[in-house]
Design a protein around this ligand. Structure first.
Ligand code: SAH
Ligand code: SF4
Ligand code: F3S
Length: 438
């Protein structure tokens, strides 16, 4: 039998892309491909791209340029672009970079094997449809291979919120939830294959409304059902929108032991004027009140968020409101970005904030967020937390895992990958904690 052909996938962007890359690799497995981690070995290279900020989107072209020599040396090499840049730019990608053979948007991944076959005689293939059929149902099932202790599971995709800065509603399409039975089957299968922690994914995962006989299920109902799965020890979900945090989901944080005390709840800005211009449909005050309710249900919950600085029209006063909101919340972790104007979004028409002012605000915000993150991390010292071990550490004999609060924790001792153990935290470093087994 001929050697299997090799597929190299490089993934950019959010966790949904990570999940999609796994599914595409599995689907291509059915077409005779095995994955490789070196592009030089590959018969097919697939870039799974992100369009969220200009820098992320432009990276694709510099990356593609680097494959020129590989393609010259191996004319049969197929080069494909998937993900949100593929959806946003379509055929334009081939015009800008003629070595691309195939462009596939996020809703057409189930057609990838067939598209790859069509490129065999040198044809260029583009598919950026939003087809009626359910891609996840049609994507080849995961093979029964063992896997690591943690996994992502996309339960919801797309977005109907249309924040004024954001490309996601255009690149991923309208909000769609996967049916409950599909999610439960996939979750049980993951657990049988060794997974102990599942992170449920969606652009607005807390807006989940999966079809089920007798009526749609909410995310809280889904989590309560998943918590009954033997062998599944930890449940997380991301990303949530403040307006979709319903009472039952908040309550679940206090009631479901397997639901981890960590919540990513982006707010973007602390200024009501800016939030309105962003079309976020919540205020700083409503966000703070929501956090109070969440903390009432689960006092030790660790919060993370996303911020955009330099949104069109943002003044120094608006920015001061953002800093005040951060002070009020105390985040355990955060992501903050300078506003990037995205073609086709409403905010792209508006005048930009001075670039130096925006950079300066970002630096000040990040200094505050880093300080908070470090303080909260330091407060972990002396506490006992659960740690799920994921890999061997860099130092001989050391194992690395994630705490309930998603901190990286290093431990020296007799533990194996996949073990969930109690650990007493003894030290706090710049980006991780150290501890001893209890
Ligand atoms: N669905 C998630 C966000 C997905 S995008 C939510 O609503 O929270 C991830 C983050 O990228 C956003 O939260 C935002 O902070 C940032 N982002 C999105 N568009 C951006 C843009 N045009 N410029 C800068 N940052 C952006
Ligand atoms: Fe983008 Fe807003 Fe939708 Fe999040 S909620 S994906 S930021 S449009
Ligand atoms: Fe990027 Fe698309 Fe995710 S734009 S953040 S890869 S949904």
């Amino acid at each position: 039998m001929a050697d299997p052909r090799k597929l190299f996938i490089k993934t950019y962007g959010c966790q949904m892309n990570v999940y999609d890359s796994e599914r595409m690799a599995e689907a291509m497995g059915g077409a005779g491909y095995v994955e490789t981690s070196t592009p030089e070995d590959a018969d097919m290279i697939l870039l799974n791209t992100c369009h969220i900020r200009e820098k992320a989107a432009e990276k694709v072209y510099s990356e593609l340029g680097r494959f020129k020599e590989l393609k010259a040396a191996k004319p049969d090499l197929r080069i494909g672009v998937a993900g949100c840049v593929a959806q946003a730019e379509g055929e334009e990608i081939m015009r800008r970079q003629p070595l691309v053979d195939l462009v596939v948007g996020p809703q057409s991944y189930h057609r990838l094997p067939e598209m790859e076959a069509r490129t065999s005689n040198g044809a260029k293939v583009v598919d950026t449809d939003f087809p009626e059929e359910d891609k996840f149902e049609k994507l080849k099932k995961r093979p029964q291979a063992k896997r690591g202790p943690t996994a992502f599971l996309t339960v919801q995709e797309g977005c109907d919120k249309f924040c004024a800065f954001c490309v996601v509603p255009y690149t991923r399409g309208a909000e769609v939830s996967r049916p409950v039975s599909q999610v439960l089957t996939e979750a049980r299968d993951l657990v049988e294959r060794g997974v102990r922690e599942i992170t449920l994914l969606g652009q607005n995962v807390n807006a989940y409304h999966g079809a089920h006989e007798g009526g749609d299920w909410t995310l809280a109902t889904l989590i309560r059902e998943l918590a009954k799965v033997d062998g599944l020890d930890r449940i997380r979900f991301t990303t949530s929108h403040p307006n979709d945090m319903d009472d039952d989901l908040i309550a679940a944080h206090g009631e479901v032991d397997k639901l981890m005390p960590y919540l990513h709840l982006p707010v973007q800005s602390g200024s009501d004027r800016v939030l309105k211009a962003m079309n976020r449909k919540h205020t700083a005050e409503s966000y703070l009140r929501l956090i109070e309710r969440i903390r009432a249900a689960r006092p030790d919950i660790l919060l993370s968020g996303d911020f955009i600085v330099g949104f069109p029209g943002e003044t120094e006063e608006d920015f001061a409101d953002t800093m005040a909101l951060v002070e009020a919340v105390r985040y355990g972790q955060c992501y903050s970005f300078k506003y990037s104007s995205r073609p086709g979004t409403p905010a792209a028409e508006r005048p930009l904030v001075d670039a130096d002012a925006a950079s300066d605000r970002l630096a000040r915000l990040q200094a505050l967020l880093t300080r908070q993150q470090r303080e909260i991390q330091d407060e972990m010292v002396g506490r006992e937390v659960g740690v799920l071990f994921e890999r061997t550490g860099r130092i001989e004999g050391q194992m690395t895992g994630k705490s309930d609060y998603l901190h990286a924790v290093h431990v020296t001792g007799d533990v194996a990958v996949g073990d969930l153990r109690r650990v007493r935290i003894t030290e706090s470093g710049p980006n991780s904690l150290g501890g001893v087994l209890v």
